[in-house]
Design a protein around this ligand. Structure first.
Ligand code: NDP
Ligand code: 2IT
Length: 448
């Protein structure tokens, strides 16, 4: 870890003391504070008015019990969270994650990342995140529906178009958003479309939202590659994960002429030298809800490596799209050794701090998640715009808007990095540019 300016170290010490054991949250805060060293010396008002300290403390944290009945009649109890981190720029906005690893520290790290990511999009959305330790794996449709309904029975008290607007994340896709929206509508007797995003097209969703995070990550990668006067065309790409973000990153990379050679899930990875058939992969994973091993089973030229690390596969471009801290320093060294030229985080914080440093020290283009995966939440904001105006845009128009937003995100990162003396450092650029935007809004709003 690099050293912090003494005033920032004191903020960090307070975060450690107030949030014991929440290691992912500590990691996310430390990364931002490291980037703020040059900002703190240039703008003492952010320290004097405790803006940085305030930003590190969520505005509101909600924890609640979710009781539900499984298919055998047994009563199950899960714990759910909504951390409303910062509303200086707009209503709290961010996804819900259903995964057994969810606890307060994970939700807080995601909410903290989200508030900066949302600022980077240039859209009027604050930052929040939620989730539950519910494990959807192996659960029937009925169980998932009853869980979502029970969760929304409590969550409905806290959310609203102008208050807090949840969406999907790991384990939460269109199906779960549908069940949650149905229950919200029933409880409140309001057809408040803008209360959730990631909705299905049948009832107020936006075209391109499903594709948006993965597509946006690839657009951001193209902009990074442009700085080296190259493109994705002909490049070998490895994507980790095989969920919403990974599948559509793979589809857009393939569309732009790249060869997507591998992807994974938490059991193993599949590699196919002549390129994965992305349409078939989407069919297996999204439509049939099967695993990457099932895809491999249908392809004679694909190999499945049970328990393997997907970052062993040599590539030019690496897109980690699964989960936090999935790519460590050893994997980063192996990618650097195999000649990787660009890494963009489709997931939130998938690269460990040592991995990030390994890429940066080797001069490899590195796009942090809060910039590279901002296309998902940005398209959620486009969904809110369509809901507010009772409109529905075409695929082409919505994708064009997404492409413009990702161009803007890249420009904001690049110019802040340049201005603060670290040209080409997208981590510093993303953190500085978004911090200043949120901090200035907070200063204008007084001590709240
Ligand atoms: P999905 O649930 O659709 O897919 C998650 C994928 O990651 C699955 O392939 C899953 O494998 C794998 N995965 C999850 N947890 C682990 C783990 N602990 N170890 C190994 N593999 C794991 O989620 P999304 O695609 O929506 O989300 C992926 C990442 O992208 C997350 O970091 C999320 O926060 C981020 N993100 C998502 C956005 C969105 O709009 N959905 C927007 C921006 C970022 P398995 O099936 O085996 O669990
Ligand atoms: O991490 C993220 O940006 C998301 N899971 C999407 C959030 C959203 O509100 O669309």
């Amino acid at each position: 870890m690099s050293r912090l300016d003494p005033a920032l170290q004191s903020v960090y010490d307070t975060v450690l003391q107030r949030n014991p054991g929440e290691v992912e949250f500590h990691q996310a805060v430390h990364e931002v504070l490291e980037s703020l060293n040059p900002v703190a010396s240039k703008h003492p008002e952010y320290i004097d008015k405790a803006v940085i300290e305030r930003i590190c403390e969520p505005e509101r944290q909600i924890i609640f019990r979710v009781p539900w009945v499984d298919d055998t009649g047994q009563i199950r109890i899960n714990r759910a969270f909504r951390v409303e981190f910062n509303s200086a720029l707009g209503p709290y906005k961010g996804g819900m994650r259903f995964h057994p690893s969810v606890y307060l520290g994970v939700v807080k790290f995601l909410g903290f990342e989200q508030l900066f990511k949302n600022a980077l999009t240039g859209m009027p959305i604050g930052g929040g995140k939620g989730g539950s330790d519910f494990d959807p794996k192996g659960r029937s449709e009925g169980e998932v529906m009853r869980f979502c309904q029970s969760l929304m029975t409590e969550l409905s008290r806290h959310i609203g178009e102008y208050t807090d607007v949840p969406a999907g994340d790991i384990g939460v896709g269109e199906r779960e958003i549908g069940y949650m929206f149905g229950q919200f509508k029933r409880i409140t007797n309001r057809y408040e479309s803008g209360v959730l995003t990631g909705k299905g097209m049948a009832y107020g969703g936006s075209r391109v939202r499903r594709e948006a995070t993965g597509y946006g990550t690839v657009f951001f990668t193209e902009h990074m590659l442009e700085t080296l006067n190259t493109t994705l065309s002909g490049k070998r790409v490895v994507v980790s994960g095989s969920g919403n973000v990974a599948l559509y990153a793979a589809r857009k990379a393939e569309e732009l002429g790249a060869v997507v050679v591998a992807c994974s899930d938490s059991n193993g990875y599949v590699v196919q030298d002549d390129g994965l058939d992305v349409d078939e992969l989407i069919q297996v994973k999204e439509v049939e809800r099967l695993r990457v091993s099932d895809y491999a089973g249908r392809r004679t030229n694909a190999k499945y490596v049970e328990g393997g690390n997907v970052w062993e596969v040599p590539c030019d471009v690496a897109l980690p799209c699964a989960t936090q801290n999935e790519l460590d320093a050893a994997s980063a060294r192996s990618l650097v050794g195999s000649g990787v030229v660009a890494v963009a985080e489709g997931a939130n914080m998938p690269c460990t701090p040592d991995a990030v440093r390994t890429f940066q020290d080797a001069g490899i283009l590195f796009g942090p998640g809060k910039a590279a995966n901002a296309g998902g939440v940005a398209t959620s904001a486009l969904e809110m715009q369509q809901n507010a105006s009772r409109d529905s845009w075409s695929f082409e128009y919505t994708e064009q808007r997404l492409a413009e937003i990702m161009h803007g995100v890249h420009e904001r990162c690049a110019s802040a990095a340049e201005e603060y003396g670290t040209p080409g450092n997208y981590v510093a650029g993303a953190n500085i540019s978004s911090f200043i935007q949120v901090a200035d809004a907070m200063l204008a709003l007084g001590v709240i």
